[in-house]
Design a protein around this ligand. Structure first.
Ligand code: GLC
Ligand code: GLC
Length: 643
């Protein structure tokens, strides 16, 4: 592709900007914007051209996009511009070991946005620096997929408050050192979004915002290669509308996939994105990134253009909301997850592999797959970070790679069947109380719903469950990245078996693990001797130690083999020291011989208990015990793998 055209495009755009009187802002705004443009235009132009260059109007489209960015920059509040400047001088802010995330539904956790504000003191007590509020936009009732069907990106669901409340909350959170994360649900809108209602009424401009087809010809052709995501909801990827047309709906019938092959859609969504940025959102959780580009003859998942789109959206931020970051939600094969993680694409990403393999290790009492994942799949580019979590608002899918499992003699398909039966308590001896999600008899695929406490066995074996809950969290707190708590888990909240009684929830078992605020359990977090206080105190201790331990910044991790398949181990290197993590996933004590630690000086300290440990006599770990040992390599040795 010849990009001498880029320079011509830029001068065309500069003159368009200069001749748009309502866009040229204050002299300093303009100068800033021109500087952003100088830095980012060439790449944006190339990305945009690669998506839309086949169209005669591509340059006009790009010009309109840049005009929109200029306008949005001009409107960006001064406080946010100040934050942009501050973060430009501290680009690694989100990689700090003090970062801690929490996620909740506004209504279920705190009634409304004012209620969330009232919980800021608790968030500070816990140590949060990142708050993900589940989708809070206008959405259809009662079926909205928990808000993931958006009817307007510019309107807050009236039950939760107003856009002004959100802006105020964002500012309050920021003043308290907490970044606001909201979803950017950009793969689809609800069928009640204005664009969708216009499309449904036959408006050709808006019909082109979606994938609408007059008959089954195209749907049949696409469906040859596309997998079903919500087979309980509808077979295939298309649903028929009243007028006979078929519209693409990857998820529920009321979530219509947007058509990004149309540049109008890109521009419209860039506008919605910048609007949210200017309300004070720090991080956008880019929902369902794998699905955003469709192409006939492909599975329409993880296509190269999905990456191009994300890069182009990223450039739009660099022009008009420079400090905003993207978090990738790609719950797919680990090779594909990794491809979205890039400073130019998504700077942070869920770590679904680690999440799934923590549960695998708890079920099997064997850390082989988790340990291999840390060794082979934990490293991500500089300037990026994982979001490590034990569970989310979604189901748990067993997204490990079959090829990884095969290397350890494990058959992926059979192993997933075992994990599914274990976590729904159909396997003899299982401690877990999960519920199946999207059980698909056609493919044998199934996923798991359940809160952390219920999956860890709190209903049937409280003592061990508490130690399993802490053990699971010890991994997300120490491997590197932002640990993300599902709020309520820190006080051991159980499944909500009444979920089906709530309007619109009965067909979706994920509601079993999205309970309402557990006030009584939160109250007991301060009462010594309760399960809640044991869990809470254990987590708080890890949070505190992590925040004061420099080795935990960033994601750098070095593997370490204990030779014991029940004991997980890895090192976080620092300046002359190393923190060596050991975690016993079995239900019995495990002894590690002195030779295991021969690369280290004998004196160590467990950061969690502040107790001195000696490594020259080997060491014993109680069932489910984890230790964070600060050790020193033997003279002259670099932190190393002992095998
Ligand atoms: C994401 C969300 C999930 C939702 C889906 C459709 O995967 O996490 O809850 O159902 O996208 O928006
Ligand atoms: C996500 C994932 C899928 C998940 C669903 C939400 O995008 O691909 O595994 O179950 O959407 O639940």
């Amino acid at each position: 592709m010849d990009f001498s055209g880029g320079t011509t495009a830029l001068s065309h755009i500069r003159s368009a900007l200069a001749h748009t009187p309502d866009i040229s802002g204050s002299a300093s705004d303009d100068a800033d914007f021109q500087a952003h443009l100088d830095m980012h235009f060439a790449e944006l132009c190339e990305l945009f051209h690669s998506l839309y260059g086949g169209r005669a109007d591509w340059l006009d489209q790009l010009t309109a996009l840049i005009q929109q960015c200029a306008q949005s920059w001009r409107e960006r509040p001064a406080g946010l511009k100040a934050m942009d400047a501050e973060r430009a001088g501290n680009t690694g802010w989100f990689q700090s070991n003090t970062m801690l995330g929490g996620v909740c539904y506004v209504d279920r956790y705190a009634e409304d946005l004012a209620g969330v504000r009232a919980r800021i003191p608790y968030f500070k007590e816990l140590g949060l620096t990142y708050l993900h509020l589940m989708p809070l936009f206008l959405a259809p009732e009662p079926f909205s997929d928990g808000g993931y069907a958006v009817s307007s990106y510019r309107q807050v669901n009236p039950m939760l408050g107003t856009m002004e409340d959100l802006t105020v909350l964002a500012a309050d959170l920021r003043a308290n050192g907490i970044s606001l994360v909201v979803d950017f649900i950009f793969n689809h809108t609800s069928n009640e979004h204005e664009w969708a209602t216009k499309a449904a009424a036959g408006d050709p401009e808006f019909s082109d915002y979606y994938w609408m087809h007059p008959d089954r010809t195209m749907p049949d052709a696409f469906e040859k290669d596309v997998r079903e995501i919500f087979p309980d909801d509808h077979p295939g990827s298309f649903v028929q509308q009243a007028d006979g047309r078929w519209v693409w709906t990857t998820f529920h019938t009321y979530q219509w996939d947007l058509n990004y092959s149309n540049p109008d859609v890109f521009r419209a969504m860039a506008g919605e994105m910048l609007f949210l940025a200017n309300q004070g959102v720090d991080i956008l959780r880019m929902d369902a990134v794998a699905f955003i580009w469709k192409q006939l003859g492909t599975p329409s998942e993880n296509l190269p253009q999905a990456h191009t789109l994300l890069r182009a959206f990223n450039k739009v931020c660099r022009l008009a909301a420079p400090s905003m970051l993207f978090k990738s939600e790609a719950i797919v094969h680990p090779d594909e997850v990794a491809k979205y993680i890039d400073p130019a694409e998504c700077q942070i990403s869920y770590n679904p592999l680690q999440m799934a393999l923590i549960w695998d290790s708890l079920a099997t009492r064997n850390v082989t797959l988790l340990s291999a994942a840390l060794e082979q799949r934990h490293t991500i580019p500089d300037g990026t970070a994982w979001v490590n979590y034990v569970r989310s608002h979604d189901d748990i899918g067993w997204t490990f790679a079959d090829e990884d499992a095969a290397e350890h003699g494990i058959n992926g398909f059979e192993h997933r069947r075992f994990l599914n039966s274990f976590y729904v308590n159909r396997f003899p001896g299982s401690f877990a109380r999960g519920v199946p999600f999207q059980d698909n008899p056609k493919t044998g695929d199934c996923r798991i719903s359940g809160t952390t406490a219920s999956l860890a066995g709190l209903e049937q074996d409280p003592v061990h469950a508490v130690s399993r809950i802490l053990l699971a969290h010890s991994v997300i707190f120490s491997t590197g990245g932002i640990p993300l708590l599902y709020l309520g888990d820190e006080v051991g909240q159980l499944n909500d078996y009444q979920y089906a009684l709530e309007d619109g929830h009965d067909a979706d078992s994920r509601w079993v693990h999205r309970p309402h605020y557990p006030a009584a359990q939160y109250a007991r977090r301060e009462e010594p001797g309760t399960l809640e206080s044991t869990i809470y105190a254990g987590l708080r201790r890890m949070i505190e130690v992590r925040a004061h331990t420099a080795e935990f910044a960033g994601t750098r991790l070095i593997d370490f083999h204990t030779g014991n398949p029940g004991v997980l181990a890895y090192q976080r290197p620092g300046d002359g020291t190393v923190v060596l993590m050991l975690a016993n996933f079995t239900d019995f004590p495990q002894v590690l011989p002195a030779a295991t630690f021969s690369g280290f000086m004998p004196a160590a300290v467990d950061l969690l208990s502040d107790e001195p440990w000696r490594l020259d006599g080997g060491l014993a770990l109680a069932a489910h015990q984890y230790v964070w040992l600060r050790v020193r390599p033997q003279d002259g040795e670099q932190p190393r793998n002992d095998e």
